[in-house]
Write a protein that binds this ligand. Structure first.
Ligand SMILES: C[S@@+](CC[C@H](N)C(=O)[O-])C[C@H]1O[C@@H](n2cnc3c(N)ncnc32)[C@H](O)[C@@H]1O
Length: 395
């Protein structure tokens, strides 16, 4: 069998395009190439306009203008040894972070120098998500690292570049039922087969913990709740009540299970299936108010062309949410759109506050949990904004 790490072709960059690669940025767009974009999925050697070697990249063939993702820099030799070294470094980092959970992101793509590869651990099962077909030929090295070094008993594979609804079992069977994870004091069901992302939104772990700290005695509205993990954190932190709203009935089913796992009473009126914009409007028109409102919608902006419409979405959803926060209450408002920077997000929130007649103070600008590292050289890969705000009447 031929070596899947073997590099045969070379791709030359346009003059000047080497600067960001030399700073450690892993992405090269098709406009930065002097040579034709690679057509296959084999790794390529990347050189500057003068032919000086910059490293090795995997071709981006999942559509769009992202042509190459660097995986080795300078003299590094792309091979099984380097890949295992990167994986070991990623795991060692998580070990140092004292993460209070048995579920975590072990490999965060570009943040761990492995652009296009995500590995999440849920107890004894690892879920790989690959965003480029170029990862496929070397996955054996990743899988054997996970089974031999981390001793996971199950490995599932999701191909993020395909619109597949179910992951493939690589080691062990597909789990027949949701697996249970622990996050702080919470016990949470995770559906690794039909769930969203790799099964759970691990990036919000620290924000859920923080919500639990400020939830004592509060009534909580959890808009875009998914499996109710923010509600569970709030209730375990002493909240009086938490209402979950999500468009997915499956997600709300998991949320109900989560209440059961944590010995919390699950009342029908605390699980509202439907469009969060509509449900929020209805709640506001009935005069409902909550001490704490969480807004964690799906990414409204996935490509640049969606920016304007997406920002209108963030404004609108925050307008609905602000109307539901009791005066003096708290809003935890999130955006997982990497293309929406803090300034644009703040602009949408301010427009919402003006229309809602509220004064909003930002208490904490939070982000993703530290098992989602962001390379300083690649700020575009920083996706999550989670702002804890206080809401008052307009002065
Ligand atoms: C980013 S996830 C929320 C994650 C959740 N906060 C957690 O900590 O696990 C976004 C959720 O929004 C839901 N969703 C998408 N569009 C929606 C809509 N229009 N109304 C209500 N929920 C929606 C999805 O089903 C998904 O569960």
């Amino acid at each position: 069998m031929s070596d899947p790490f073997r590099v045969t072709d070379t791709v030359r960059l346009q003059p000047g395009r080497e600067a960001s690669v030399l700073r450690g940025h892993p992405w090269i767009y098709s406009g930065g190439l002097a040579d034709a974009r690679p057509t296959g999925i084999a790794p390529v050697r990347v050189v500057d306009a003068n032919g000086h070697g910059l490293g090795v990249a995997l071709p981006g063939s999942s559509g769009g203008s992202l042509a190459l993702r660097m995986v080795a820099w300078g003299e590094e030799r792309w091979g099984a040894e380097l890949l295992r070294q990167r994986l070991a470094e990623a795991v060692a980092l998580r070990d140092r972070l004292a993460i209070d959970s048995d579920a975590m992101r072990l490999v965060h793509a570009e943040g761990d120098g492995l652009g296009g590869l995500v590995v999440d651990r849920y107890g004894d099962t690892a879920v790989l998500e690959v965003y480029e077909p170029a990862w496929q030929p070397v996955l054996g090295t990743v899988v054997s690292f996970l089974t031999d070094t981390l001793h996971v008993s199950g490995v599932l594979l999701r191909r993020g570049y395909e619109r597949r609804s179910t992951p493939e079992p690589v080691v062990g069977p597909l789990p027949a039922a949701p697996v249970e994870i622990r996050e702080g004091r919470a016990r949470l069901p995770v559906d690794l087969v039909r769930g969203q992302k790799t099964g759970f939104f691990l990036d919000q772990r620290e924000n859920r913990r923080r919500l639990g700290e400020v939830a004592r005695g509060a009534t909580v509205l959890n808009l875009f709740s998914y499996s109710g993990a923010f509600a569970i954190a709030a209730l375990l932190g002493g909240a009086r009540r938490a209402v979950n709203v999500d468009a997915s009935r499956d997600a709300l089913g998991l949320a109900r299970q989560a209440y059961g796992l944590n010995d919390l009473e699950a009342r029908d009126e605390d699980f509202l299936a439907g469009d969060a914009f509509t449900v929020a409007r209805e709640l506001a028109s009935r005069g409902e108010r909550f001490d704490l409102v969480v807004v964690d919608p799906p990414a409204f902006v996935r490509r640049r062309a969606e920016l304007e419409g997406g920002l209108r979405g963030y404004k609108d959803v925050n307008l609905q949410a602000l109307r539901l926060v009791a005066l003096g209450g708290l809003l935890l408002t999130c955006s997982c759109s990497a293309l929406v920077d803090e300034e644009a997000f703040g602009g949408a929130l301010l427009a919402a506050a003006v229309d809602a007649g509220r004064t909003v103070r930002i208490l904490e600008r939070r982000s993703a949990a530290p098992d989602h590292p962001v390379a300083l050289a690649c700020p575009e890969s920083r996706h999550l904004k989670a702002w804890l705000c206080e809401v008052r009447a307009r002065r």
